[in-house]
Design a protein around this ligand. Structure first.
Ligand SMILES: [Zn+2]
Length: 246
């Protein structure tokens, strides 16, 4: 039974028996893993209140070959990120990031994916109130890109010709991105300013202010169509709905 110590982010926890917790972890060295934290729900447990969603730490795991459930023996906290749970918009963004990783990450080490998850959670924690929505959508698109799916907003997804700036375009889910006027395509038509917002969500710079419901739906539908392949992601519905349904 090899013992490993690895950097890990807690993606989800649920109660198991009266005293224990089962965790879904994204580990840096071993990809996504499930582990039982025995006694974690007992008062005065050595895990304290540390193993909560979005927390990051050094996890010591007894790995059992051929088993899906390992045993967590220690979790040394690096970042707790509990503030993400105190703001619905930050919480929703962080939950989407964690659920994508939990359900869709490959079953092996992926440093870029681990890095994109951690970076997204930290950005959500640090974003000023008015920038949370843009920060969340940008972090979600970045994760989708690391998984190998993000659209290229500079060219037509069908014919590959560059898309002229200052023009609207259809977002064709089947084609996998924006489609030029001559290719036509199917799906929602984005006005020129909406195309610009999408470009900035997919780029590296500052996130756009308040991208709005249209863009929340766009990334949610894109994930359903291209990334999730039939896997139901519960957090996407919360993302689409938004705080005030705005
Ligand atoms: Zn085209």
């Amino acid at each position: 039974m090899p013992i490993v110590t690895t950097r890990a982010v807690v993606l989800q926890t649920y109660a198991y028996s009266d005293t224990s917790k089962i965790l879904r972890l994204m580990t840096r060295e071993h990809g996504p893993r499930s582990a039982i934290a025995k006694g974690a729900r007992r008062p005065g447990s050595r895990f304290g209140g540390l193993i909560e969603p979005f927390a990051e730490g050094m996890a010591t795991l007894y790995m059992r070959e051929g088993r899906d459930l390992h045993t967590l023996s220690a979790f040394d906290l690096v970042r707790e990120r509990q503030a993400l749970g105190r703001d619905l918009e930050r919480f929703t963004g962080a939950s989407v990031l964690c659920e994508i990783v939990m359900r869709l990450a490959p079953e092996h080490r992926d440093d870029r994916l681990f890095g994109a998850l951690v970076r997204g959670l930290d950005e959500l924690l640090a974003a000023p109130r008015e920038a949370v929505e843009g920060t969340a959508l940008r972090a979600i698109w970045r994760l989708v890109a690391v998984l190998g799916f993000a659209p290229d907003p500079a060219q037509c997804a069908t014919c590959g010709r560059p898309l002229a700036r200052g023009q609207g375009a259809r977002f064709d889910f089947g084609a996998g991105g924006l489609v030029c006027a001559s290719c036509g395509g199917q799906g929602p038509h984005l006005a020129p300013e909406e195309v610009e917002v999408l470009r900035s969500l997919l780029a590296r710079g500052e996130p756009p202010a308040r991208p709005g419901r249209r863009h929340r739906r766009l990334v949610a539908d894109f994930i359903r169509y291209h990334v999730a392949e039939g896997t139901h992601l519960r957090s996407l519905a919360f993302l689409e709905r938004g705080e005030e349904g705005a």
